[in-house]
Design a protein around this ligand. Structure first.
Ligand SMILES: [Zn+2]
Length: 262
């Protein structure tokens, strides 16, 4: 954020960025629901899934609508899933964190454009154990599109390709060995493709931090959701959450860790 901006203006920009992130997350949550239900993602107005009533602007305003409607549909009283509110709050918070960390830069824009894809992947994988190829390809294209905006594009490209190969091909080999040992599917094909795609953004070292974090989050997540999913659990949301933590603070954590040894 430019230092000549007054505190008031800075707060105003952060509020706008938060609301924009929340609106985008709200849209992605709705689009992911429609994708899972095999409905058209972009066409048609939003409606209540319980009573089918078309929703107006007062029903769709992120966060505030949920609070003022007390988490219920205005027309039929059906509960609005709490995850709508959680995703909107997370979307707003992630956008503010990106701006705090990287300011007005191409890197911020790149990370902001990655949010909708990873949020969509998380929700769709959570609901249907499926990671759409289109969203994984979007991530790879986004990486390629922003390579030239870095101070050292060649370094960015090489680190990205190493990260993509390490976490895409690397996990594929581990998964194939695990499949043989466990005699069942250990890691989904979608998870492997997703790890390859986010590996492009993290590179090898932050990627390692991401993978460790994803396993911990996945384990906790798996234990919580164990009962209702008979052993199967979506790994995509854990990978996406871990990726954002790694992209925002991964380098600081690695620097802190390495400083312990010198
Ligand atoms: Zn309703």
């Amino acid at each position: 954020m430019p230092t000549e901006f007054s505190i008031g203006l800075q707060i105003y920009i952060y509020i706008l960025v938060f609301l924009f992130g929340a609106c985008l997350a709200s849209f992605i949550t709705c689009a992911a629901d429609r994708y899972v239900l095999k409905q058209s993602v972009l066409k048609g107005r939003s409606y209540c899934p319980a009573c089918g009533h078309k929703l107006g602007i007062l029903d769709l305003f992120p966060i505030f609508s949920f609070i003022f409607l007390r988490g219920k549909c205005r027309y039929c009283g059906a509960k609005i899933p709490a995850r709508c509110l959680i995703c909107e709050l997370l979307g707003g918070a992630v956008y503010v964190l990106i701006l705090l960390k990287f300011g007005f830069s191409f890197q911020s824009l790149e990370l902001a454009l990655l949010v909708p894809a990873l949020l969509g992947i998380s929700l769709i994988d959570y609901d249907s154990f499926e990671i759409p190829n289109g969203l994984v390809i979007y991530c790879a294209v986004l990486f390629a599109a922003f390579v030239a905006s870095y101070a050292d594009p060649l370094k960015r490209l090489i680190y990205g390709l190493i990260g993509g190969a390490a976490f895409g091909v690397g996990t594929l080999i581990i998964a194939l060995i695990m499949d043989k040992v466990l005699k069942r599917d250990s890691l989904g094909g979608g998870d492997i493709k997703l790890l390859g795609a986010v590996g492009l953004f993290t590179g090898p070292w932050r990627g390692l931090f991401m993978l460790i974090l994803a396993c911990i989050i996945g384990l906790v997540f798996g234990l919580i959701t164990q009962k209702k999913s008979n052993g199967q659990f979506p790994f995509g949301p854990a990978i996406c959450i871990a990726t954002y933590i790694a992209l925002l603070v991964g380098q600081d954590v690695i620097d802190l860790y390495l400083s312990l040894f010198v």
